[in-house]
Design a protein around this ligand. Structure first.
Ligand SMILES: [Zn+2]
Length: 263
């Protein structure tokens, strides 16, 4: 058995990531751009893993789900699975046209080999937003992936849920000093690099083992640079006396990232 991950796109222009085992595949958020972009992303996902079973949606912002992606999911007979309040907010934004696509779940969801739990995170006012904790069990081995895409803070509950993950997709939106200079509106609802570092450190300190892979997503185009989150993480861990044992990948804004395989 294995767990594989590939970021398809990441940032305020659109987010989507693919997580799969040999038997099941999930997209987390789906907003690659135009309808043509959505169809191409879905085709490349199916080429990689043979199938897509469901799309988990973190919240109703248009860079995570939108009219283009809902239309393509409808055409393809795929369901968007999310918290009932997220479903309601997506319906409010896009009308009843895509009601058949939206399929709510509250606490836990089974999709093929995956078990999905969700936890509420603080993000933008008026947008119910969740993180996903996704597990898959095979003979002699269980896999765990945690996805925190949009948030502006974290709690002890989040740390406990994410501890002992094999793979973590986590927002690292902006550098606090760059934000002071550029004053980008809305960035206050996203996680700055130093909080990403603190969250990862707390997760590592709480778990028996560090994650194998960390993917940093949703980097601001104006208030961040790809090397800054890694530097912030290394500095924070160094100050706390904990070695960084995981590999870090910064998710690309428009292009798919490198394939990550956890065996
Ligand atoms: Zn958002």
């Amino acid at each position: 058995m294995f767990l594989k991950f590939k970021s398809l796109c990441s940032g305020s222009s659109g987010n989507s990531a693919l997580l799969w085992t040999g038997a099941s595949a999930l997209l987390v958020d789906f907003a690659p751009g135009s309808q043509r972009d959505c169809r191409a992303a879905l085709a490349s996902a199916r080429k990689l893993c043979g199938r897509v079973d469901a799309v988990l949606v973190t919240h109703a912002h248009g860079d995570h789900i939108n009219a283009n992606s809902l239309r393509v999911l409808h055409e393809e007979g795929l369901k968007a699975r999310c918290h009932p309040e997220v479903c309601r907010q997506i319906g409010q934004r896009h009308g009843g046209k895509y009601a058949a696509v939206l399929s709510p779940f509250c606490d836990a969801l089974t999709v093929g080999e995956f078990e999905v739990r969700q936890a509420r995170v603080d993000h933008a006012p008026g947008y119910y937003t969740t993180a996903f904790i996704i597990t898959a069990s095979g003979p002699g081995r269980a896999y765990k992936a945690s996805v925190f895409t949009d948030l502006h803070g974290f709690t002890g509950e989040h740390v406990g849920l994410a501890a002992n993950s094999d793979l973590i997709l986590l927002e690292s939106n902006h550098d606090a000093e760059m934000l002071k200079r550029c004053g980008h509106p809305g960035s206050e609802f996203h996680l700055p690099n130093h909080k990403t570092a603190a969250f990862l450190h707390a997760i590592c300190a709480a778990g028996a083992a560090q994650p194998r892979a960390v993917i940093l997503g949703h980097l601001s185009a104006d208030c961040n640079q790809p090397h800054l989150p890694q530097e912030a993480i290394e500095k924070f861990f160094r100050e706390k006396g904990l070695p960084v044992k995981f590999k870090i990948q910064v998710a690309n804004r428009y292009e798919p990232g490198r394939l990550i395989t956890i065996v």
